[in-house]
Design a protein around this ligand. Structure first.
Ligand SMILES: Cc1cc2nc3c(=O)[nH]c(=O)nc-3n(C[C@H](O)[C@H](O)[C@H](O)COP(=O)(O)OP(=O)(O)OC[C@H]3O[C@@H](n4cnc5c(N)ncnc54)[C@H](O)[C@@H]3O)c2cc1C
Length: 451
């Protein structure tokens, strides 16, 4: 339950003083100028919080520069704006559940933690979830947020259509049939095409799940059984501190089977006898139920419960994606640097993600292995460690998570995306005046054109 108390921003009053009379219907949220982790202070001058899509269109039309803000869980400046952040916090309605098409249409600011119980009550489920339900659907989709599972695409892969407010303040429906380029280029859009007001997600029949944790998987066993281990459940996560030639915990989330007692060894790892936090020293009260107990899909797929602090709460995060076929080699390359990684590490998590069709998703067209680092909140030291990790992963063309920390230069990052040029063209078409541009997009995306 531990959570740092955020410093109250003194910019709230400043934000208020910028408000124009026509915005009177639109709430100006008290400005929390820090992201969730507290490692980044937004530089936006104000934050506006529309209550409806009509208010959103009005705002976008009149603002000179604006960027969507979801639940502030990114670790870098991707959600910042030189002028205004438009928070989707109040755009959180569920518009429609279409049982014949198996879709649900939601406003983009809804959190998974709000959507999942609604679906479950009606007998439906999403295909996958991230480690935490606290994040907005719009923010997760925009950055290709993922869970795990060899057959599970990331959370963007559930999108069937989206509705976007473009730079002119027009509401534009986008589907693979109506605008294939905008759909495949723009679903994972980093907030650069406009402000997504609604998303249609595919759903499936609800199912019950169970999760079991196994401890101390020998590295040798992982080497010999890499794919069978990662395919051992609906969703599998490996947690390691890279030391001791072992994976400290394997979390296996499976469709519930009363015959699955799980009391056997797992490729040399032992079944845990109590609930565990991925960082063993922390209290497992924040974690979803383990020990094979049956539960709803949304109470097992994330590692952390809604209403509780996810992860450690005092941390920085970095994550890199490599093609699954190179996954084991990439892990072994990193293992050689364990003496440098360990002092700054809280825990690493290794997950699989299936390929998706989105141009700048890190898993575009390739099943991938995601190698994640929950790091100590010491940026000067982390900033020196990330280039070491990135150099080890360079031979595998590793792509960083869009919402986490990295030190890769723009040219190298861009060279790892075949469709980067098409993406920049798409952004320019949707946003010719650069209303949704910010420092992050200028640095890592728009700079592509200058080569
Ligand atoms: C504790 C913790 C655990 C995490 N676990 C995972 C994990 O398991 N897997 C994983 O992949 N990531 C994980 N993340 C990263 C996180 O999922 C992403 O950073 C995600 O983008 C957060 O969503 P958000 O709503 O907070 O986005 P924000 O940080 O608010 O915004 C992110 C980006 O999305 C854009 N955006 C937001 N809403 C919209 C919209 N409506 N229209 C257009 N653009 C929009 C913003 O402009 C910005 O570019 C974790 C982060 C934390 C802090």
């Amino acid at each position: 339950m531990k959570r740092k108390t955020f410093i109250k921003s003194s910019s709230a009053a400043l934000a208020g003083s910028y408000l124009l009379p026509w915005l009177s219907a639109c709430k100006s949220q008290p400005m929390n100028s820090l992201n969730w982790a507290g490692n980044y202070t937004y530089k936006a001058k104000r934050r506006l919080t529309p209550d409806s899509v009509d208010e959103l269109t009005e705002l976008v039309r009149k603002e000179r520069a604006a960027k969507a803000l979801g639940t502030r869980h990114c670790f870098n400046d991707i959600a910042d704006s030189p002028v205004s952040q438009i928070s989707t916090a109040n755009l959180n309605r569920i518009r429609d559940l279409d049982a014949s098409r198996l879709t649900v249409t939601v406003e983009s600011g809804i959190k998974y933690g709000q959507l999942c119980p609604y679906l479950e009550e009606r007998g439906y489920a999403l295909h996958n979830l991230a480690s935490l339900p606290h994040i907005s659907v719009g923010g997760a989709v925009a950055t290709a947020t993922h869970g795990s599972g060899i057959k599970n695409g990331n959370l963007s892969s559930a999108v069937r259509a989206m509705e976007l407010v473009n730079a002119s303040g027009e509401v534009v429906p986008i589907s693979p049939d109506s605008q294939p380029e905008a759909f495949y280029g723009g679903v994972v859009g980093l907030g650069g095409l406009g402000i997504v007001s609604a998303l249609t997600l595919c759903i499936q029949k609800s199912f019950r799940m169970q999760q079991r944790v196994y401890q101390y998987l020998p590295l040798q066993s992982l080497k010999e059984n890499f794919l069978p281990i990662l395919s051992a459940g609906y969703s599998v996560s490996l947690f390691t501190d890279w030391m001791k030639q072992e994976v400290s915990q394997v979390w296996v989330k499976s469709v519930y089977d009363p015959m699955n007692t799980g009391i056997t060894d797992f490729y040399g790892a032992k079944p845990a006898t109590k609930n565990l936090h991925p960082i063993e020293a922390l209290d497992a009260v924040n974690c979803t139920e383990q020990l094979g107990e049956a539960g709803t899909w949304y109470d097992r797929m994330p590692h952390f419960k809604m209403g509780f602090t996810p992860s450690s709460g005092e941390e920085l995060q970095a994550e890199y994606f490599v093609p699954l076929e190179n996954g084991l080699d990439a892990l072994l390359a990193l293992e050689k640097k364990k003496e440098l990684i360990y002092p700054l590490l809280q825990i690493s998590e290794i997950r699989t993600i299936d390929a998706d069709p989105f141009w700048i998703s890190p898993c575009s067209d390739k099943p991938s292995l995601a190698i994640h680092f929950t790091l100590k909140p010491d940026w000067p030291s982390v900033q020196k460690l990330l280039p070491v990790i990135e150099a080890e992963l360079a031979p595998f063309g590793a792509k960083p998570h869009w919402g986490k920390l990295f030190t890769l230069d723009a040219g190298t990052l861009q060279s790892r995306y075949e469709k980067m040029g098409d993406f920049v063209h798409l952004l320019r078409t949707f946003d010719p005046e650069g209303k949704f541009r910010n420092h992050f997009l200028d640095t890592f995306i728009y700079s592509f054109e200058h080569k």
